[in-house]
Design a protein around this ligand. Structure first.
Ligand SMILES: O=C([O-])C(=O)C[C@H](O)[C@@H](O)C(=O)[O-]
Ligand SMILES: [Mg+2]
Length: 429
């Protein structure tokens, strides 16, 4: 049968998803976080799914893009990236991403963060139409399961009093014992074998103590600490020296490639980043200066699954490791991450994923971790199915919001508990 893969319709559904009170150096997660679900429907009725950030600036770009797709072929992914999308650069250029902690914003990164969801949706639709998994469209899987690490957060036991939120079963983690207990529960439930602690929340000595406690509780398991650039070069070197014997890598200890290069020159501990190398343009300086040893790719802002493969190839050429970064995301993105990770031969570190923190999803079936791994689906496309009732419910929450939660703002969330809180100046320690 000849199929008509002309795009007939694109549906964009902004949603608000429950998020626990996870702490980071900028503040705390809001009780609900915005995501955007993209559906691309072909003339013969095949629907491809994609997911990306749902803040206003992404929606403002996604809407005109969606309007331009009907009539194009879902096979024309290269053409998709050629569409001229006008980004109002003055609104974002050079600013740090307030909620996202993913480096300096640029107009191109914003554009790619939107395009990536459409690329994933096109690949999902292609796969469904051809009866092939997305990994086959990307050249085929080199592994049957993708390993993820437990993403540990300092956290409160609940969102501040008076703030509407979903119940949280995880309790507080504000000291080494709390962090170890959280790690134990994540390992019991999902089988994770490596652990990443989101740092930059407490003074470095407290976070060193937490990592030491993890090393004692889980001997031999890979450990990472990520303060999102909150430390000076000197502090970074001190932490590296104190934890060098237990760290798999130190992630973004300090801000900017020159400072990361100074840290890298003073320690044997590998440095990973999702902050100083977040675009192709940032690679040359970082790699030639030896500033990073592992790049944490993220298909959302690198511009999709094929760009993730390109990034991995460049990393391989320079002998730099590659793994994956994660922000709050749902199962469509986890499926996309797993499909592309399955095709990257040089992916040797367990990937990050926030998914265990998300109690809500828009899939009919949640994606399962077994032994810390997600099995690579061989079903057509991404191998996931949309739960339309859940999508509608989470969209209603977005529609009924007064606007205060439609743009992620961790500092604003922190101010509901600590009214004087300001985004800390960096380096914080
Ligand atoms: O540096 C990282 O790994 C992240 O930025 C991941 C997330 O953004 C995390 O820090 C968060 O959401 O608080
Ligand atoms: Mg990071």
């Amino acid at each position: 049968m000849t199929r008509d893969l002309t795009i007939a319709e694109v549906r964009l559904t902004p949603i608000l998803v429950a998020d626990p009170p996870l702490l980071n150096t900028q503040g705390v997660h809001q009780p609900y976080t915005p995501r955007l679900i993209v559906e691309i429907v072909t003339a013969d009725g095949t629907t491809g799914l994609g997911e990306t950030y749902g803040d206003t600036k992404y929606l403002e770009l996604a809407r005109p893009l969606a309007d331009r797709l009907p009539g194009r072929s879902v096979m024309d992914v290269n053409g998709l990236f050629g569409i001229d999308l006008a980004v109002d650069a003055s609104r974002i250029e050079g600013q740090a991403d307030a909620g996202g902690l993913r480096g300096v914003q640029t107009a191109d990164k914003l554009r790619l963060s939107v395009l990536s969801a459409f690329e994933v949706a096109c690949l999902d639709a292609q796969g469904k139409a051809l009866g092939l998994p997305v990994h086959a469209l990307l050249g085929g899987k080199v592994r049957d399961a993708v390993e993820y690490s437990a993403y540990l957060f300092y956290k409160w036991d609940r969102h501040p009093a008076g703030v509407p939120a979903e119940p949280d079963a995880w309790g507080a983690a504000l000291d080494p014992a709390g962090v170890v207990e959280q790690a134990r529960r994540l390992r019991e439930r999902y089988g994770f074998g490596s652990f990443k602690l989101k740092g930059g929340v407490f003074p470095p000595d407290e976070e060193i103590a937490a990592v030491r406690a993890l090393a004692a509780a889980f001997p031999g398991h890979p450990l990472r600490l990520d303060p999102n650039g909150a430390w000076s070069v000197e502090t970074s070197l001190k932490v590296a020296q104190e934890l060098g014997d237990v760290l798999e890598y130190l992630e973004d200890p300090t801000l900017g490639t020159p400072a990361m290069a100074r840290v890298a020159a003073g320690t044997e501990v590998p440095l990973a980043t999702n902050m100083c190398v977040t675009t192709f343009g940032e690679i040359e300086e970082a790699f030639t200066k030896g500033a990073v040893q592992v790049v944490l790719s993220d298909h959302h802002y690198w511009g999709g699954l094929r760009n993730t493969q390109h990034l991995a190839a460049i990393c391989a050429a320079f002998g730099v490791g590659v793994s994956m970064h994660s922000n709050t995301h749902l199962g469509i993105s986890l499926a996309a991450m797993t499909q592309v990770a399955a095709t990257v031969p040089n992916l040797h570190h367990a990937c990050d994923s926030h998914y265990p923190w998300q109690s809500e999803d828009v899939l009919t079936e949640r994606i399962a971790f077994d032994g810390g791994r997600v099995a690579v689906s061989d079903a057509p496309g991404l191998g996931v199915e949309l739960d339309r009732d859940e999508l509608a419910r989470l969209h209603r929450r977005w529609a009924e919001d007064d606007g205060s939660l439609r743009d992620r703002d961790d500092a604003a969330a922190m101010r509901t508990a600590e009214p004087d809180w300001r985004t800390p100046a960096m380096p914080r320690w």
